[in-house]
Design a protein around this ligand. Structure first.
Ligand code: HEC
Length: 489
């Protein structure tokens, strides 16, 4: 979605970006005694193996490898070399691809090992042009995962967020992503180039985080509530995942450098890994400590639409647009099980707190509670959100379940194309239904009428399970007290 923005705003965003990047410019990858330079060995490799298709006369994928500036600029799919991070560089990915149909140069032997090693070293030491030029600065990560250890002190809430002016959009921007802190009355939801933070009890705004990289499609809190993962980007341009410190709003890490917006992502329970995916059909697993690519999981044959780490940190579940789900060993990236039942795009995966049950739901209107250790459905619910048939409309109606999320007690919250949010007991019995037309809306100001139907887009429980919260296609939040809203014993 392209939205017009005044030039001043764009300039402001650039300023914000520059301010972020400034402190990191200190770390240069040039201190190695043997710099590898483009002029000479690197250029020779490209000239011999690549420029016939990526050169002056022909530029496959809009990419020229004929000169230093061209290589750094990248192709129509985005940048191909990330200074200091060969493991996150598309160029290294394509020359080392195991699948011959995905490897460069195409229909040819893979590059000799020495050439691959040299290209990696060139990137890792700062993509220098020649021995006179300095290396290109790398964004230092410096993120220290908490492991599984419990945090001391009060549950993290935003305290001193960096000041920032939210970009104004002409049309209402749908809530593409919504997350609740597991330990504090804090909800995060996506806006255009921003993440809003509100109090889940009062709905009061607590501040916002800038996401100048585009649209956040995914938001998730770490189990400790101290770290917020945001992932997204710009369609067919760029995608990444960012980790924020919840208290200060500071960026802790930036992971991935994708050629398209990230559609699905999660942070492992020990905060050591981020898995992400999108139209690239593979799931990439990055180390949060050094940004390196740990695993590329390739079993899906369609866009990755949802993924989630189990709360015990052992498994990773991933799902795609054609309805396939795969379970992976979170530590090794090894295949564990496929889960086959859905007939349409999967929109949500959620783990029950005990890591025994995974819920999946999607465009086919089906919710499945999977008994993970056996790989079979414990129970399922078809047509979970049946839309009312408008008069004079015949044929099949879209009946999708757009989101599903477990509460702490094993209850499942869902929302769907029928305009409702629903609560399900762990045996698949419906407990409650809420209409978004009849709710307390957090942002009362009505969105300007645009003909966009008002539908729920995401759903989440507050940290104490007492409030079910939904985002909608008009960029607003809805709050419903659940039946569990009774005083604690
Ligand atoms: C025979 C022609 C040919 C040669 C030789 C060749 N490429 Fe490519 N390359 C292509 C084509 C065609 C594409 C577009 C593929 C696609 O879009 O699926 C491409 C795409 C790419 C991309 C972009 C991939 C993406 O999805 O972003 C990179 C990076 C790349 N090539 C690197 C190289 C490198 C490095 C070499 C040399 C080791 C090389 N290529 C040699 C034809 C070639």
């Amino acid at each position: 979605m392209k939205l017009p923005m005044p030039a001043a705003l764009v300039r402001n965003l650039w300023m914000i970006l520059l301010i972020w990047l400034a402190p990191c410019a200190c770390r240069l990858y040039g201190d190695d005694t043997k710099p590898v330079t483009f002029d000479g060995p690197v250029a020779a490799i490209f000239k011999r193996h690549c420029v016939q298709c990526h050169g002056d006369s022909k530029q496959e994928a809009g990419l020229s490898l004929a000169g230093y500036d061209e290589v750094v600029k990248g192709g129509s799919g985005g940048v191909v070399v990330v200074s200091g991070r060969s493991s996150a560089s598309r160029l290294i990915e394509v020359i080392t691809a195991e699948e011959p149909t995905e490897r460069m140069p195409p229909k040819n032997d893979p590059l000799p090992d020495e050439a691959v090693t040299l290209l990696k070293a060139w990137i890792d030491r700062g993509i220098r042009q020649n021995s006179e030029s300095a290396g290109v600065a790398v964004k230092a990560l410096g993120f220290r995962p908490s492991g599984m250890s419990k945090l001391e002190g009060p549950p993290p809430m935003p305290q001193t967020l960096p000041a920032f002016e939210k970009p104004k959009t002409v049309r209402p921007f749908p809530v593409l992503a919504l997350a609740a802190s597991p330990v504090a009355p804090l909800v995060a939801f996506s806006a255009y180039e921003a993440i809003n933070l509100v109090d889940s009890g009062s709905g009061q705004e607590l501040g916002a985080l800038a996401f100048p990289e585009g649209e956040p499609h995914v938001l998730k809190f770490s189990p400790s509530g101290a770290v917020l993962l945001a992932a997204g980007g710009r369609p067919v341009q760029s995608g990444l995942a960012v980790l924020f410190d919840v208290k200060t709003g500071k960026r802790l890490a930036e992971l991935g450098n994708e050629a398209d917006a990230v559609l699905a992502a999660d942070l492992s329970a020990d905060e050591r890994r981020v898995a992400l995916g999108g139209s690239g059909r593979v799931v990439k697993v990055f180390s949060t400590e050094d940004g390196s690519l740990l695993h590329t999981l390739s079993k899906h044959t369609d866009w990755i639409t949802a993924l989630a780490y189990s709360p015990d940190g052992k498994l990773l579940a991933t799902a795609d647009r054609s309805g396939s789900i795969h379970l992976w060993d979170a530590a090794t990236g090894g295949v564990v099980l496929p889960l086959a039942q859905h007939k349409g795009a999967i929109r949500a995966l959620s783990w029950r707190a005990d890591s025994q049950v995974l819920a999946s739901s999607g465009d086919d209107g089906l919710i499945v509670w999977w008994y993970v250790s056996r790989g079979w459905p414990l129970t399922s619910k078809a047509n979970a959100h049946p839309p009312a048939r408008p008069p004079g409309v015949y044929g099949k109606l879209a009946a999708g379940v757009v989101d599903a999320t477990f509460g702490h007690q094993g209850e499942l919250g869902t929302c769907g194309r029928d305009g409702k949010a629903r609560l399900w007991a762990d045996d698949g019995q419906e407990q409650q239904a809420f209409s978004i037309a009849e709710s307390a809306v957090a942002q009362a100001k009505p969105a300007r009428s645009t003909g966009v139907p008002m539908l729920p887009t995401r759903v989440v429980f507050s940290f104490d399970g007492r409030v079910l919260i939904a985002g909608d296609s008009w960029g607003r939040l809805h709050f419903w007290p659940t039946a569990k809203d009774k005083p604690p014993e």
